[in-house]
Design a protein around this ligand. Sequence first.
Ligand SMILES: *Cc1c(COP(=O)(O)O)cnc(C)c1O
Length: 363
Amino acid sequence: MSAARRAPRSAGLPIRDELRGLTPYGAPQLDVAVRLNTNENSYPLPDEVVAGVEKALSGVLRELNRYPDRDAVALRADLATYLGHDLTTRHLWAANGSNEIQQQLLQVFGGPGRVALGFTPTYSMHPLLSVATGTRWIDGQRGEDFELTPAGLVAQVEAHRPDVLFLCSPNNPTGTALPLEVIDAALAVAPGMVVVDEAYAEFRRPGTPSALSLLPGHPRLVVTRTMSKAFAFAGVRLGYLAADPAVVDAVQLVRLPYHLSALTQAAARAALAHADVLLVTVEAIKVQRDRIVTTLRERGLTVADSDANFVLFGRFRDQKAVWQALLVRGVLVRDVGLPGWLRVTAGTPAETDAFLNAVKELL
Ligand SMILES: *Cc1c(COP(=O)(O)O)cnc(C)c1O
């Protein structure tokens, strides 16, 4: 963690007022043995997936003089097959990470004079992308245990009438998935688009439904997903959405021509062809996640239910001191800025051992 704070170099430039004083998104990346702070998948790609991606990439190298398929049709077809739920190519859209997907959604449905509503603590990119697209961000209220109830959500949607409503399920940083009743209640009253960020959907506990099941009959519902977490593909940058085909047509109004490189499309298709192998790793991570939840509760800590590959735990009088004490023991977790709480990513058994041993020493 480097130099003392100084005025940003951009301070003298005529940048937009709403960007003044902001700092770029980013978690501190420290050189620590056990890094459990960014919810990446701790497992590298299995050898057979590496081989598949290599073959797919070499297959397109000789065509790199040409622009890629602008509409990424083959990839979208593969994504539809992967998701199931009777979805087709026309329901799917892909971009460089679900961040770009959400930015495109805000470019089409938000913008100057329009409002996005979300509920912090939640994914910090939702407010940042809103501000960057000139959309006014309104921070809604959650309950005491970070919960969103159907009644609470409906009241806030009716009060603020957002053009874009952001829900995150499972929510980052709390880890818990939203009951479908809550999303359903929002859909019944929302005047604009309802975006459900399901970046961690593959990690949800058995019996937890996906908002994909609500797509039929809800033309303003958008479910965003990513290959960054469950597919261990964060370095590739591939996110996607599923929605009514009219939504897919709408985002094409703002996408940059050829936004998704031929290399990205080929790599993503190769990984999807090995989805079964990659999802075995997801099951292994869920075992570690459940072990972290159970062990921390046995030690008397408060732990949010997790449907993700991370766990929010507390409550500490001073979470900064606990963060530092874990760091001294070689374990980097995330202080998400919630007084009393810390977030840890579930990874390999050895990483869980290191984390739980460090916690044991502290308590
Ligand atoms: C990690 C994460 C993403 C991923 O974004 P990509 O751009 O697809 O890597 C999206 N939403 C949430 C809530 C996340 O935690």
